[in-house]
Design a protein around this ligand. Structure first.
Ligand code: SF4
Length: 427
């Protein structure tokens, strides 16, 4: 349902009720978006974008021009600022509600009963007051602990944790899972966890179209357990079968409003549980769609220096097996790793390795800027080895060198090369 109207003061309003979300636009400069349960999800206010995570944190993003170049900026609101911000959104919705109740208004577009339907929609947007959002935050913590990271194309996935943490946890540039020991959930625990996630998201589940199997490398779990986990996902959500034609997919979606379009996960190349092409092909049949591999670099000395086990060629061989199994792949390269001393080798060997891989237009190459973790291991190692980090400008140039090296010949329909900014992750 879509409705547009003009309020008493001449201001224009739009309300859009979609299967996955509800949105309200006030004038030209304000758009608020909610999930179907009524949780604030995103907002655009006076040129700035805001994203609220399920943990109730709020990220603010905007652009600035610096030395003639557009620069992206971001910051996390403090808890007090986030609370104030979410109150402000409620206040805005209440004002629209009052304005609509008072009239007179001029309907511009919408069904005959638009006013009643918009009022019902606005009541949904007011379901989550401060106390309820705080309860949500606590429930989120109890269900997930935390969700450390997702690839950008999966920010709107439903995260379910088959494992917790990372079984290696010692790469010097990464602190994503240092707060928890690695463990694999039992099948019973996994089913209970999935059911809790579903009940937590409730009507908000429709905002999410895919499942992300966390945490860092859930696909290292033994194949028999993965088979059981995928069966649980199929039973609890319904997974879009592969190989459906366009009209069949549309019919399946209509019949399965909570159904998910596939399962996505990270994997590493150095676990002892090495999977064969047949194992990956079986998981593909069960709903696995894309697997993300933290290659970081094609330059073996740099990978060693980063304390990541294995070698780039092992990671390349893993990606080849994933492709042979018919899966899509997301390859992550770490921009700026190792600073100036490693820069030339990092760019040359990464471009050479990735360009040798059988990637196609369904695959992604993410250029992820190194963000020094607060535990300090990366910066201590840089200092100990007398290495100089890249300046922001050198970082930009390295990103561009990787990007242009990965373009490939113009007749090749290669992977999409795009950026991955850890600092913009919100679940
Ligand atoms: S980069 Fe990957 S393998 Fe290394 S510690 Fe982080 S999650 Fe684990």
């Amino acid at each position: 349902m879509f409705a547009a109207w003009e309020g008493a003061g001449g201001k224009r309003f739009l309300f859009h009720e979609k299967p996955e979300s509800l949105s309200l636009a006030v004038g030209e400069t304000t758009v608020l978006t909610y999930d179907r349960a009524g949780r604030p999800y995103a907002a655009f206010l006076k040129g700035r974008n805001y994203r609220r995570g399920l943990d109730n944190r709020v990220l603010e993003k905007w652009s600035e021009v610096q030395a003639g170049r557009k620069v992206r900026r971001r910051r996390w609101l403090s808890p007090a600022e986030a609370e104030h911000f979410l109150d402000r959104l409620r206040g805005l919705v209440q004002e629209v509600q009052a304005d609509l109740g008072r009239g007179p208004v001029r309907a511009l577009q919408g069904p005959e009963d638009w006013r009643e339907r918009v009022q019902a929609g606005l009541a949904t947007l007011l379901r989550y007051d401060g106390a309820r959002l705080e309860e949500e935050r606590q429930r989120y913590r109890q269900i997930y602990g935390s969700v450390s990271i997702l690839p950008p194309d999966q920010y709107r996935a439903v995260v379910v944790q088959a494992t917790e943490g990372c079984h290696w946890n010692r790469c010097i540039f990464c602190d994503l899972y240092r707060d928890r020991p690695f463990r694999i959930r039992s099948r019973e625990e996994f089913r209970a966890h999935v059911q809790e996630v579903k009940s937590f998201l409730g009507a908000g589940l429709t905002l999410r179209k895919s499942i992300f199997l966390g945490d860092a490398n859930a696909l290292i779990v033994a194949q028999a357990s993965l088979r059981a986990f995928f069966s649980i996902l199929e039973e609890e959500f319904g997974l879009l079968p592969p190989h459906l034609s366009g009209p069949e997919r549309a019919a399946w979606r209509a019949a399965h409003p909570e159904g998910m379009e596939g399962v996505y996960a990270f994997i590493d190349a150095f676990s002892p549980q090495r999977k064969a092409v047949e194992d990956f092909a079986e998981l593909r049949q069960r709903g696995l769609r894309r697997v993300y591999v933290g290659l970081e670099t094609g330059h073996a000395p740099l990978l060693r220096w980063l304390n990541k086990p294995g070698c780039p060629e092992d990671l390349g061989a893993l990606i080849v097996r994933l492709k042979e199994a018919g899966l899509q792949v997301g390859v992550i390269l770490l921009v700026g790793a190792g600073g100036e001393a490693f820069a030339a080798g990092h760019v040359a060997d990464s471009v050479a390795l990735v360009n040798r891989l059988p990637l196609d237009e369904g695959d992604l190459v993410y250029l992820s800027e190194l963000v020094e973790p607060p535990h300090g291991e990366y910066s201590r190692q840089m200092a100990a080895d007398h290495l100089t980090p890249l300046s922001p400008e050198q970082m930009r140039l390295q990103r561009e060198a990787l990007r242009s090296g990965l373009q490939g010949p113009s007749d090749r329909r290669g992977p999409k090369v795009t950026t991955y900014d850890l600092r913009e992750f919100v679940y």
